[in-house]
Design a protein around this ligand. Sequence first.
Ligand code: HEM
Length: 132
Amino acid sequence: MNDYLQCALSGWAGALLFGSGVAMPYLFQRSPGAKLPYLRRMWPHYWLGYLAFFFSLGHAWFAMRSGNMRGMNLSGVWITTVALVVILWQISVGLLLRDPAQSKRHALRRLHLWTMALVAGLIVVHVVLNRP
Ligand code: HEM
């Protein structure tokens, strides 16, 4: 597989994993009849979040490894670098939210939600600025 294909596939896989991860909390809404508690049923959401990060990292690696950054929109590259750091931040907030005894749940949920919106926006801008 050539560099371009690896870069494109890892990028779209990262975006797909991110999108499916976002859908999970709404699919697993707290339902009184469920056997397992909500935070335990949410494990696919956690894994999709970790995988979205690793695929995005791989995508950045394939893009840089090709060594052909000439002509690329640098703002787009910076935006996607910021997005990667923000995803790491999102994962750490998520780890705090996993704790059933978390006393700041309300504030952290809002932060987690707005961080998701920020990352989604950064991904869209990156795709627009750096599309081939
Ligand atoms: C790309 C990464 C991620 C995105 C975009 C994301 C996004 C979201 C969104 C949109 C919600 C629903 C928020 C709400 O109901 O107001 C949510 C809930 C949650 N997320 Fe994530 N998340 C990510 C990664 C993670 C990770 C890695 C973990 C844990 C290790 C995690 C833990 C949680 C938990 C525990 C909830 C439920 C909080 C609650 O309702 O009390 N998230 N996430």
